[in-house]
Design a protein around this ligand. Structure first.
Ligand code: NG6
Ligand code: CA
Length: 521
């Protein structure tokens, strides 16, 4: 090591220790004025890039060779690349719920929601954005929401609330549910964008309404054919889940998403650049329907799913470039990850499976989206923070996105109330240092609960009804079994050999841990 390199390593270690110990936070006023750098180090801007359905193997920095993701890879090269980081759950709504509340979704029965569901986060309770506001942050969410809106019945023609603003976001620009669910309009703060009051919007998940064509009757209008579930109202050549009437002038055009969402994020960043800000940027990509902009269509060689990966990479680059141009990149902590593992056919015939060639979206892990096996929640995760002088490299720390809450509270010096974010753990050390440890134990949510503990992965048996959203999947392949399953990940990362019968004492211990966590109040 050269002298300069050793010195840099020394500075990294000292700063990491200082940050983790909270010595520079405002909790210790005698240190607060020590240097300007240390003050701003505790209040970096925070950007959370949250891709939808991106698998562990879906980035070239995570082994993909079929096409490349240069913008995300540049983040990986400039920060920490995690090999054992997890979304809290194997589907979207529960993962987001946990990230924003620091609580497991099962505590609130948070499952995949229809597009007209009420807000599932209690807006009188603490949330991640409310917590960051206490530290002086301006907060925004731009992208896919899927956490429900309103308090039981949403009138899309009036103020739609409660929603993100009531949860602590100062600004929101949303796809209200998912790309495959109505309403297919944008919601900015409380209102549908470009809505003509003379053409009010109504949404139904019960029965056909309005005069738009539907997928079951007019397949000739479709850009992609779809399964029955996704064959209701057609908007922009794509049939959706649910029916929508009115709101013609407010309809989105799927191909415009990459520009619309990045523009809104960049506007927020520009307007907030003189104070600490937090931007939560949940992508629509690479969820279905995959209808990428012409800039990316046909470019990956893997069909729309691969093209959507390129689009997501470009969007990430566009926002990161803007941070750089504004001189903000250095003092921004970027957390890049995905809300659950990969899925090929999720309702639309976009040839994801047929065109994937040798590409393995799950990166060698078993399962995918919905699954109790590792690929359900083990996702790419990258952290950059140049001013934090983080110790770059690969990290094998065990981390769940549910931990962002307590870790960011620690970073920004916010004291949490008793009972706040009860399932979150402070893993700040591992967010700043690739060599630091993460969790010792971690829950993974799917249709059942799994637990990681040391080398073990245990999947609780499931004997309930097969959930509707698993019905058209191969349930067994997703881990749905009435027998306990136990794997030794030290030598069986692909979860092939069930050791539950051989090691009943381990099964009993881990089942007991799940029961204890479940009962926690
Ligand atoms: C499922 C949908 C699927 C997708 C998923 C949500 C059916 C049969 N399947 O119910 O297409 O929309 O919900 O995905 O309707 S997630 O990433 O937002 O969790
Ligand atoms: Ca998802």
């Amino acid at each position: 090591m050269t002298l300069a390199a050793s010195l840099k390593q020394l500075i990294v270690s000292v700063l990491t220790i200082l940050l983790v110990a909270g010595c520079t936070s405002s909790e210790n006023p005698e240190n607060a004025s020590s240097t300007e750098t240390s003050a701003s180090l505790n209040k970096p801007n925070i950007v959370i890039f949250y891709v939808d359905d991106l698998g562990y193997g879906d980035l070239s920095s995570y082994g993909m060779t079929a096409t490349s993701t240069p913008n995300v890879d540049a983040l990986a090269a400039d920060g920490i690349r995690y090999t054992d980081a997890h979304s809290s759950a194997a589907t979207c709504t529960p993962s987001r719920y946990s990230m924003l509340t620091g609580q497991y979704a099962f505590r609130n029965d948070a499952a995949i929601l229809p597009g007209d569901a009420p807000l599932i986060i209690d807006h009188t309770k603490p949330t991640l954005p409310k917590m960051l506001k206490k530290a002086g942050y301006k907060t925004a969410v731009v992208g896919k929401w899927h956490l429900g809106l309103g308090d039981g019945f949403v009138d899309w023609n009036k103020d739609v609330k409660p929603g993100p603003l009531e949860l602590g976001f100062d600004y929101s620009f949303l796809m209200p549910a998912t790309g495959d669910r109505v309403p297919t309009v944008y919601l900015e703060n409380h209102n549908v964008v470009n809505l003509d009051p003379n053409d009010p919007i109504t949404v139904s998940y019960e029965k056909r309404i309005g005069d738009r064509p539907v997928g079951t009757e007019s397949p000739e209008l479709l850009k992609q054919t779809a399964d029955l579930q996704h064959s209701a109202t057609i908007v922009n050549g794509i049939s959706r889940i649910g029916w929508m009437a009115g709101g013609k002038s407010a309809e989105w055009v799927d191909e415009d998403f990459p520009y619309i969402f990045t523009d809104k994020a960049i506007d927020f960043i520009k307007a907030s650049k003189d104070q600490p800000f937090m931007l939560f940027f949940p992508f629509h990509d690479i969820h279905v329907p995959r209808v990428p902009n012409e800039k990316f269509a046909g470019k990956s060689g893997m069909g729309p799913r691969g093209d959507a990966i390129l689009q997501m990479d470009w969007m990430t680059g566009r926002i990161v470039d803007e941070l750089k141009q504004l001189g903000l990149y250095e003092n921004t902590i970027i957390l890049f990850s995905s809300d659950n593992g990969p899925v090929m056919d999720d309702g639309y015939a976009d040839q994801a499976e047929e065109l994937r060639g040798d590409h393995d979206p799950a990166g060698g892990f078993r399962g995918g989206k919905y699954s109790a096996y590792e690929a359900g929640t083990r996702v790419p995760m990258i952290v950059t923070y140049p001013n934090g002088l983080i110790n770059k490299g690969d990290s094998d720390a065990l981390i769940s996105h549910i931990d962002f809450y307590k870790s960011l509270a620690k970073l920004t010096g916010v004291k949490l109330k008793k009972g706040e974010a009860i399932d979150s753990q402070n893993v700040l050390a591992a967010l700043l240092d690739s060599q630091a440890d993460g969790r010792k134990e971690m829950l993974e949510e799917s249709f059942t609960l799994s637990i990681r503990s040391g080398k073990w992965k245990y999947i609780e048996p499931f004997d309930g009804d097969t959930p509707g959203w698993l019905a058209n999947k191969t349930a067994i392949e997703n881990g749905l079994q009435t027998k306990p399953q136990l794997f030794n990940l030290e030598n069986d990362l692909a979860e092939q050999t069930n050791l539950a019968e051989k090691r009943p004492e381990v099964v009993a211990r881990l089942q007991n841990r799940i029961d204890t966590i479940r009962a926690k109040k």
